[in-house]
Design a protein around this ligand. Structure first.
Ligand SMILES: Cc1ncc(C[n+]2csc(CCOP(=O)(O)OP(=O)(O)O)c2C)c(N)n1
Ligand SMILES: CC(=O)[C@@H](O)[C@H](O)COP(=O)(O)O
Ligand SMILES: [Mg+2]
Length: 628
């Protein structure tokens, strides 16, 4: 590492000669591969943005000029060039740097991203702010072809396209990939644009050498010529000056083009073509596998786990195929998360009933509603955090019409390395208040399968939540059996203390109960709640506790408290759950313990709250802020 070691800010980068940038790119790419292979994280998208990142920081006066990275999973080169090279070993670890841009991590991280398709809106906001404040700065959004499929991106293009007097550049990083291969009409359109590559190449030769005044004249001539030889691109129809497609790995194309675009007024749109996994043959060959790998040896590549643990995702994927076999009305829907949601086998076995709608969560929910109107039984597989983007569709299009849609909510609760942006902490709270919803939380892998069947058979909107990763090792029975609606079960009979446990918290509650000789109920349903069971235990125990892997405010514990009030039982309930703060990245188990949601923590919280054991040194759950 001869050049990269001396780059501690983009200012250092801008002192390099143009000739040094290519060797720097080689060093940067090698560093990204080496670092991610040691920590795990997002790889193929980062390998694809090495040259683009160098060119952007070389041409634009960052951080005064604003870069907004869409999703932000491709910002490791950006982080390395902006002073965080020596912190990359801590990537996505507790108190380490985030895997996404974070405003409180660096002034170069101008906007926190991770949920896709927000960059154009944010960059436009910054551009309009600069205009209002009379500041002469550039705002640049860098958005991938997958992220471009979300409606929000087009809402922003529509708004920006009529603002001739703002300094906005949108860069489409087109690598012809989402996490999976891309879907939809936009991808086909972009492919057609790329097939016109010869045109762009010729056009950009002119732009790269002409001085600005001449450039304007050339541009007007070009517009005239273009209108004669080819129709305006979609982006020009939206009011942008479209340039491209150009090679996103060619610094000699990128830098002069960006320099020229800097001089132009009004909304600009640069279409760059990159390769996901660029420079690492294994990732180039399989950008899906190398999208978000764990630790691996680059010389050997990712090795399949010898004895993979059964994950809830796999339980869902197997159930989906089995249920589809039994019920021809089942349709499986994913908003661009085929692998993450466990639907690869389902697509192979039932291609005509598999729909990847792209990064379009809002559309996925209302698309499902339309299917349900016609008597089909759609299953929307969606991460808890990503369902947040389709909240109105859930209420207005599904629940209000009481339509038969099943929501399989993976990544419910803390997710670990992806941190606060991806935490599925809020689904119990945001779903519980919606009429007609049935909500279940699985306590183990077998119950997950039963709950999916229960929700699917239920003729109305039903959500089944389950955590990221492996379960507790329960045997999964093949039968597609259901659970009686709205019923919980007593898992352990103790005395004096009753713990109402939900989903992933049943196991740690049982651990705590051993020490306290407490009763533990696996409530199973957050809605409809088993009020009879709440009444039975409240009347026979002095101390009541609820525990959930979800936001305490408005979650399952609130349901218990509301039930006690409605029953006229004048007893309080200690509500244990996730605190009213955002919880950053780290190892999920460690974070749960810090929130007091492991066996010891639950036991300590109960003893401390009710002053049950003077001798026990009660450790109050404390989540130190792990933001940098
Ligand atoms: C709203 C939302 N839905 C889904 C995801 C999951 N996700 C992360 S990256 C990605 C693919 C993005 O594709 P693209 O923008 O082309 O970036 P690339 O990975 O190709 O660099 C998806 C679906 C997300 N981050 N946000
Ligand atoms: C960047 C992004 O949003 C996805 O890649 C996400 O990180 C996947 O999460 P899982 O690793 O839990 O599938
Ligand atoms: Mg892409």
């Amino acid at each position: 590492m001869t050049l990269l070691k001396d780059i501690n800010s983009p200012a250092d980068l801008r002192h390099l000669s143009r000739a040094q940038l290519k060797p720097l790119a080689d060093e940067l790419r090698a560093f990204v591969l080496d670092s991610v292979s040691k920590t795990g994280g997002h790889l193929s998208s980062n390998l694809g943005t090495v040259e683009l990142t160098i060119a952007l920081h070389y041409v634009f006066n960052t951080p005064d000029d604003r870069l907004v990275w869409d999703v932000g999973h491709q910002t490791y080169p950006h982080k390395i060039l902006t002073g965080r090279r020596d912190q990359m070993h801590s990537l996505r670890q507790f108190n380490g740097i985030s895997g996404f841009p974070k405003r409180d991590e660096s002034e170069f991280d101008t906007f926190g991203t991770a949920h896709s398709s927000t960059s154009i809106s944010a960059a436009l906001g910054m551009a309009v702010a600069a205009k209002i404040k009379g500041e002469n700065r550039h705002s640049v959004a860098i958005i991938g072809d997958g992220s471009m499929t979300a409606g929000m991106a087009f809402e922003a293009l529509n708004n920006a396209g009529v603002m001739e007097d703002v300094n906005l550049l949108v860069i489409l990083n087109d690598n012809d990939m989402s996490i999976s291969p891309p879907v939809g009409a936009l991808n086909r359109y972009l492919a057609r644009l790329m097939s016109g590559k010869f045109y762009a190449a010729a056009r950009n030769v002119g732009k790269s050498v002409l001085p600005p005044p001449m450039l304007e004249i050339a541009k007007r001539l070009e517009e005239h010529a273009k209108g004669m030889i080819m129709p305006a691109t979609l982006f020009e129809e939206f009011g942008f000056n479209y340039i491209g497609p150009i090679d996103g790995h060619d610094l000699e194309a990128l830098i002069p083009t960006l320099q020229n675009l800097k001089e132009l007024k009004g909304p600009q749109f640069l279409h760059v073509v990159t390769k996901k996994g660029q420079g690492y043959k294994l990732a180039e060959a399989d950008p899906v596998l190398y999208h978000g790998p764990g630790k691996f040896n680059p010389a050997e590549g990712i090795k399949p786990a010898t004895a993979p643990k059964l994950t809830y995702t796999k339980v869902f994927g197997d159930w989906l195929c089995d249920m589809a076999e039994q019920d021809k009305r089942l349709v499986g829907i994913t908003p661009a998360m085929r692998e993450g949601s466990g639907m690869v086998e389902f697509e192979q076995q039932y291609p005509s009933r598999y729909y990847d709608v792209g990064i379009a969560e809002q559309h996925s929910v209302t698309f499902a509603a339309g299917l349900a109107c016609e008597g089909l039984k759609p299953v929307v597989a969606i991460y808890s955090t990503f369902l947040q983007r389709a909240y109105d569709q859930l209420i207005h299009d599904v629940a209000l019409q009481n339509l038969d849609v099943t929501f399989a909510l993976d990544r419910a609760g803390l997710v670990g390395a992806d941190g606060a942006t991806h935490a599925g902490n809020y689904d119990l709270a945001y779903l519980r208040c919606i009429p007609n919803m049935v909500i279940m939380a699985a306590s183990d892998e077998n119950e997950c399968r039963q709950m999916l069947t229960t929700g699917f058979q239920y003729n109305g909107p039903a959500a089944i939540r389950y955590p990221r990763g492996a379960g507790i090792g329960a045997e999964v029975k093949k039968e597609l059996t259901t659970i009686p609606l709205g019923t919980g079960e007593v898992k352990r009979q103790g005395k004096r203390i009753a713990i109402f446990a939900f989903g992933s918290m049943v196991a740690p509650a049982l651990q705590a109960a051993e020490k306290l000789n407490a009763t533990v109920a696996n409530m199973r349903f957050i809605k409809p709640l088993d009020v009879a069971l709440v009444k039975q235990l409240a009347e026979s125990h002095d101390i009541l506790v609820s525990v959930e892997e979800g936001a305490k405010m408005g979650g399952a514990g609130s349901a218990i408290a509301e039930a006690l009030a409605e029953l006229g039982i004048n007893k309080s309930v200690l509500i244990l759950g996730l605190p009213d703060q955002f919880i950053d990245h780290g190892e999920a188990g460690q974070l749960l313990a810090l929130c007091g949601l492991d066996g010891v923590g639950i036991s300590n919280s109960i003893q401390g709250h009710y002053h049950l054991a003077e001798a026990t040194t009660v450790v109050e759950p404390r989540l130190v802020s792990n933001s940098n």
